[in-house]
Design a protein around this ligand. Structure first.
Ligand code: GLN
Length: 541
């Protein structure tokens, strides 16, 4: 039987519950325990797949094709263990299940209510992974902030589980903020006291309080929080702002979050955490030997979370190459013929990001052209790959009206076309080509060198594809399809062998990059950028 840890948040949102959950999970995993993390989100969307990135950041896609919250990306990057459809549940999905059961007559004439029917469904889902017997510990992050109307059924479900399951099998961690008032030169505990009080009013008392803070808490503050919030001082954990999220497991180690957690759950007999690989990674991250500048061309760049997995992949790949990757966000809407040289001139590599719809498209195409013509390392992901195809068609093949039917359904030259199986689909949620698919790689290609394999599997999220009726024309002119789906022939990778590093992929390699296994494409792209930078500097001398 698995034990359950619930992580709630108070005072404000964006305190980093996901990072705390992932850091604790890492420490427990590094001791030899089998741990997974799941997230329960209180919004009514059935999953975040239909959300605009401005709302909730990137949509993370799992191996089994679930469109999930971006925190699942952190869980995978920290733990190196795949999550699945079961690891992300929303209010929408809970209600949908309960309403479907009601329509099927499964409640036998009873009035269907939040308590017990909704809470029963929440409890059932909270224990689904745990009951499979694969994990010792299931950490559940509850989205939202204590006090929100919409989180109430989730908190109530936690209360009931705490009551139903053996005492040592359920633990509640509450993450709060201890603000520092500059004028008074003081840390303030009152918001934490109120937040714990509010949580307690719902019948759930936290076992451990983790305090986000900009300043060292000190024993006085810890004792005060302990006293007023009715926990032992050792259960008050300081979570200082860190220079990188990957530092947080070590901060939590120092604060003994894993020790108090195991004590409360009655877990004994596991050695001290082995974080050797983790520390090695952090050392490389902190002490880079060189620097490269990568342009990230996208239309959601105002919001860091929109390209979360890509940014994290750069961090992993940078450490692997022992370089600092400086990512320069470049808004595709503001790139034009006049400023493209100036905007992209200082770069060592160019990444054109995934995306949907028409906005900023022409800027992306101009950026690809610049990289292709100037030998600048280029990496296109999903829409970025599609833009590289359109650019090549227009400027090399001379097909001036080449386009994707996503942006121009009427184009006479649809080099990017909707996938056949997508044409019948009318519903938006969960209907793209999602999750892991195999890709066969041509021997001797750049992709082959990158992956050192002729068969790979990567995750997808798209509706459009390369139109194979143009393939011969492309290959004759110097753009090859070096990776294809072995069953359908769908083009997964394009590259230009003449160029030092020009590659576009229909899939999302960023979704599989973890601290201990960085995505090969990002590692090679950064290596190419490093080489480009060295040559550039060499030429100047
Ligand atoms: N909009 C494109 C498609 O649906 C690309 C999607 C993406 O970049 N994830 O095919």
């Amino acid at each position: 039987m698995a034990k359950y840890i619930f992580v709630t948040g108070g005072v404000t949102s964006s305190l980093g519950k996901g990072i705390i959950a992932a850091s604790l999970a890492k420490l427990l995993q590094a001791r030899g325990l089998k741990v997974t993390i799941q997230k329960f989100d209180p919004y009514i969307n059935v999953d975040p797949g239909t959300l605009n990135p401005y709302e909730h950041g990137e949509c993370f896609v799992t191996e089994d094709g679930a469109e999930t919250d971006l925190d699942l990306g952190h869980y995978e990057r920290f733990l190196g263990v795949n999550t699945s459809q079961l690891n992300n549940v929303t209010t929408g999905r809970i209600y949908q299940t309960v309403i479907n059961k009601e329509r099927a007559g499964e409640f036998l004439g009873k009035t269907v209510q939040v308590v017990p029917h909704i809470t029963d469904e929440i409890k059932h889902r909270m224990q689904l992974i745990g009951k499979k017997g694969e994990f010792d510990i299931v950490i559940t992050e509850l989205g939202g902030t204590v006090g929100d109307i919409e989180s109430l059924p989730f908190i109530e479900a936690v209360r009931q589980l705490q009551w139903e399951l053996p005492e040592e099998d359920v633990l509640v961690i509450h993450l709060t903020l201890v603000p520092y008032l500059k004028a008074a030169k003081e840390l303030k505990t009152k918001p934490t006291q109120h937040s714990v009080k509010m949580l307690s009013e719902t019948g759930v008392h936290p076992d451990i309080i983790v305090c986000r803070t900009e300043e060292i808490l000190g024993n006085d503050i810890k004792n005060k929080i302990a006293l007023f919030c009715n926990v032992k001082p050792e259960a008050v954990i300081e979570a200082m702002d860190a220079s990188t999220i990957y530092e947080v497991p070590l901060l939590m180690l120092r604060e003994k979050l894993d020790v108090i957690t195991m004590k409360k759950l009655g877990i004994t007999g596991y050695p001290e955490p082995n974080l050797d690989n983790w520390k090695l990674f952090l050392d490389k991250l902190k002490y880079p030997k060189a620097k490269v500048t990568i342009g990230l061309i996208g239309k959601y760049i105002e919001l860091q979370d929109a390209y979360k997995s890509i940014l994290e992949s750069f961090i992993h790949a940078g450490a692997m190459n022992e370089v600092k990757v400086r990512v320069l966000d470049i808004h595709s809407e503001f790139i034009n013929e006049q400023n493209v040289d100036e905007k992209l001139g200082g770069l060592d590599g160019l990444l054109v990001a995934p995306g949907f719809g028409n906005r900023g498209i022409e800027g992306k195409i101009l950026a690809v052209k610049y990289a292709r013509e100037n030998g600048l390392p280029f990496f296109g992901i999903c829409l970025g790959m599609q833009m590289a195809v359109i650019e090549f068609a227009r400027n090399v093949l001379g097909i001036k009206d080449a386009h994707s039917t996503e942006m121009n359904p009427e184009t006479a030259n649809a080099v990017i076309n909707m996938m056949e199986e997508q044409k019948r689909i009318k519903m938006m949620g969960g209907t793209m080509r999602l999750g892991a698919y195999p890709c066969e790689i041509e021997e001797g290609s750049l992709a082959h060198k990158v992956y050192n394999s002729t068969l790979i599997s990567e995750r997808h999220r798209h509706r459009y594809e390369f139109n194979n009726s143009y393939l011969v024309q492309f290959e004759n002119a110097g753009m090859n399809a070096s990776g294809t789906n072995p069953e359908t022939g769908l083009v997964e990778i394009i590259e230009i062998p003449e160029h030092p590093f020009f590659i576009g992929v229909q899939y999302h390699p960023e979704l599989k990059s973890t601290v201990e296994r960085p995505a090969p494409l990002f590692v090679s792209f950064i290596a190419a950028a490093k080489k480009y930078n060295e040559e550039k500097v060499g030429n100047k001398r």
